[in-house]
Structures are given as structure tokens and as C-alpha cells.
Design a protein around this ligand. Structure first.
Ligand SMILES: NC(=O)c1ccc[n+]([C@@H]2O[C@H](COP(=O)([O-])OP(=O)(O)OC[C@H]3O[C@@H](n4cnc5c(N)ncnc54)[C@H](O)[C@@H]3O)[C@@H](O)[C@H]2O)c1
Length: 357
């Protein structure tokens, strides 16, 4: 097994990637370089973890042949250009959410991926943890039965202090609001467990903070599997919770309510009867605990690069989550129920701010 040399670009959430994603795996990763335009922050985080390689130049990172993985943790507005440049430089790439701010941007990345030597993994760390992974295994084993309805709630709190960081709250740099930056995690978790949406009706508004982008949203989904799901998110909740509840014929699942780690145990997993419970026990009875969030996502990425497993999160997954965002914006603007897939003929394919009728 080879140790991959990582360069992290951006020392905000990048610091959490170090703590949760790389330090737990010294046999898999070495954080060799930190890159940030903010020299004080760069020095602080590099000193904290004893990282010798430090630079303010992204180009310098790309030119460094000793770097295997470029981990992009910069503000959303520059993800597209940095992902494309890193892939074109032959690197493996990890990119924080949102991968980018339009479906046309994702499709451009997919075109670059076709000829790239490296592999791109978008971040969706909420998929990892005992609770969500048990639910996934039960559903994939065919035990849950017919899907009925679900609800997905992202009730977080963001105050003016959060928006003091200049890139936040603006279309040009954050690329969107609660749908794009915050609830995207839970919405990906839904799609991960339930599969794609088929029709979407949504409403968005800016009600909590004095910002450009939306901070409240609600949507009604019909999934391809026939289930109805309601999404509800705000950045004005005085108690921060994330909650996903899915009702199937044989099993009801409810996540824990921890805002930033709803994938962890305990999940409520209620079987319709003893026979269903026996089937559940048969598939998760020998459960080996998995670490939540970045710890497991990064471990799976390393395994994939070693040829020992699938890519844990793909650009296709990021596209599916951003397609849902696009459909909600389009529905909110037009008052229409939007049919998926959303393609280049959509008015919002290239730009979420383009007005729709
Ligand atoms: N997965 C999660 O749970 C999670 C949590 C927080 C943030 N994020 C995402 O991570 C990204 C960064 O968010 P953040 O909260 O860490 O932001 P932040 O502003 O705290 O940190 C971003 C850092 O990037 C640096 N930077 C900006 N442009 C740069 C460039 N061209 N080259 C090098 N460094 C540059 C900035 O100086 C800053 O230190 C966003 O896309 C955000 O949505 C994800």
C-alpha cells in the first residue's frame, strides 16, 4: 500500500480534512503541502500539524511532481477553475462541496475527467457513519420494501458573524445559499439512500440574514422509486438539527439529529414485524463500526486509488445533488413542477440566476 502525498488548498475546512481525513490514516496519506492565500492562517495550521511544505501559490502545487492528491478546500466560486487545472495537471483531486455552481460547470468537469490521468472525488462526508451505512445496507439488501414517504430537514443557524467572511452570502462567490452550501449534504444523503428524484416543486427565499442568496427553502419531491419526500431547510433555527426520516413498507429509518454528523449512530431503525427484524439482523448483525465523515470517505478514496474498491463519491453524484438544486431554483422562479433530468435546455442549466418564466 502506498502513502499518497496530499496538498490541501485552503485552511478552513481543510484543517478538518487533516484532523478527520488524513491524520487517522498515517499509512495511507501524508499531508505534504498546505496552500492558502492567507499567510497567517497558512502558518498557523501548518505549525499546528508540523507541515513543512507551505505556499501561497496554487500553480506551485500543481507543478510539484511529488504531490499525488490536490484537496481543494477553497471558496465555492473558484472550485471549477481549480478542479479543471488540477485534473489537467495530472493530479488526483478531492473537492469540497459544492463542486461548482451550475450543471454546465459539472458537465465541463466531466469532459475534462474523460482524458484526465487522475481521479476526482467530490466531498459528501455525511454519507459515512454507522447509522447511514446500516440503512444503506438494509435498503440495498431489498429488505425495506416499497418506499412510501420521507422528510429531510436541515435546520441550522447562521448569524451575521458567519457572513462577515466576504465570499459568503453572495451569488458570485458562494454560488447559492442554504440549498447549495448547507442542505446539500442531507439532500445527497437522501439521494444516496432513495435514488434520484423524478419531479420537483420548490420554493426559496432569503428571510434570515441580509444576504443575496437564499437561506430558507422547501421542496416537494416525487422520487423515481415512487416515494414522496419533503425537504425543508433554514439557517434561522435556534436549535441546530439535521434529520432524515424515511418510511418504507417494512422499515422506518430516522437519522440521529446531530446537525453536522447525522450519519452516526444512533439511528432509529424500526422493523414492521419479527420476520423483517430477523432479515435486518442477518445483514447487519455482524456490523463492524465505521468512523463517520471524512475519516471513512478518505479511506475509501485511498482504497479506490489502490484498485481495491469503488470511487466512494463521483462527479455523477455531485451532479445529481446539484441537479436537484437547479430544479428547486427553477420551480421557485416559475411556479412550475419541474421534471428531471435537467439538461442543457433548462433555463438554469448554465446559470441559476437566469430568470425563468
Ligand atoms: N464538507 C463540509 O462539511 C464543509 C464545511 C465547511 C465548509 N465547506 C466548504 O469548504 C469550502 C471552504 O469553506 P471554508 O468554510 O473552509 O472557507 P474559509 O473562508 O474558512 O477558508 C477558505 C480558505 O481558502 C483560502 N483561499 C481562497 N482562495 C484561495 C486560493 N486561490 N488559493 C489558496 N487559498 C485560497 C482562503 O484564504 C481561506 O483561508 C467551501 O466550498 C465550503 O462550502 C464544507
Amino acid at each position: 500500500m502506498s502513502i499518497k502525498r496530499v496538498a490541501i488548498i485552503g485552511c478552513g475546512i481543510g484543517r478538518s480534512h487533516i484532523v478527520e481525513g488524513y491524520l487517522p490514516h498515517p499509512d495511507k496519506f501524508e499531508v505534504a503541502v498546505l496552500c492558502d492565500l492567507n499567510e497567517a492562517r497558512l502558518a498557523e495550521v501548518a505549525d499546528e500539524f508540523g507541515i513543512i511544505g507551505r505556499t501561497t501559490s496554487f500553480a506551485e502545487v500543481l507543478a510539484d511532481d511529488s504531490i499525488d492528491i490536490v484537496d481543494i478546500c477553497t471558496p465555492p466560486g473558484i472550485h471549477l477553475e481549480q478542479v479543471v487545472a488540477a485534473l489537467q495537471a495530472g493530479k488526483h483531486v478531492i473537492c469540497e462541496k459544492p463542486l461548482t455552481g451550475s450543471l454546465s460547470g459539472v458537465d465541463e468537469i466531466m469532459r475534462v475527467e474523460k482524458t484526465a490521468r487522475g481521479v476526482l472525488m467530490p466531498i459528501f462526508q455525511y454519507r459515512y457513519g454507522d447509522g447511514v451505512e446500516k440503512a444503506k445496507r438494509i435498503i440495498e439488501a431489498g429488505i425495506a420494501g416499497k418506499p412510501y414517504v420521507g422528510s429531510v430537514e436541515t435546520f441550522w443557524l447562521r448569524t451575521p458573524a458567519y457572513y462577515a467572511v466576504p465570499w459568503r452570502g453572495k451569488w458570485a462567490t458562494e454560488l447559492g445559499g442554504v440549498l447549495v452550501t448547507h442542505a446539500l449534504h442531507l439532500h445527497d444523503m437522501l439521494l444516496h439512500l432513495m435514488g434520484p428524484a423524478k419531479r420537483v416543486f420548490g420554493r426559496v427565499a432569503t428571510r434570515v440574514n441580509d444576504i443575496e442568496v437564499e437561506d430558507c427553502a422547501s421542496a416537494s419531491l416525487q422520487m423515481e422509486n415512487g416515494a414522496f419526500v419533503s425537504l425543508s431547510c433554514t439557517l434561522g433555527s435556534q436549535q441546530e438539527i439535521s434529520r432524515l426520516r424515511l418510511h418504507f413498507e417494512n422499515v422506518t429509518f430516522e437519522s440521529n439529529h446531530e446537525a453536522y454528523s447525522p450519519g452516526k449512530d444512533p439511528w432509529t431503525i424500526l422493523a414492521a414485524n419479527d420476520e423483517v427484524q430477523r432479515r435486518i439482523d442477518a445483514v447487519i448483525g455482524d456490523w463492524q463500526p465505521v468512523a463517520p465523515r471524512f475519516t471513512t470517505q478518505m479511506a475509501h478514496f485511498h482504497a479506490h486509488l489502490e484498485g481495491k474498491g469503488p470511487l466512494p463519491v463521483s462527479t455523477e453524484d455531485a451532479r445529481r445533488a446539484l441537479e436537484l438544486v437547479t430544479a428547486i431554483y427553477q420551480s421557485s422562479d416559475s411556479g412550475q413542477d419541474i421534471a428531471l433530468p435537467v439538461g442543457p435546455d433548462s433555463p438554469k442549466y448554465a446559470d441559476w440566476r437566469a430568470r425563468t418564466r
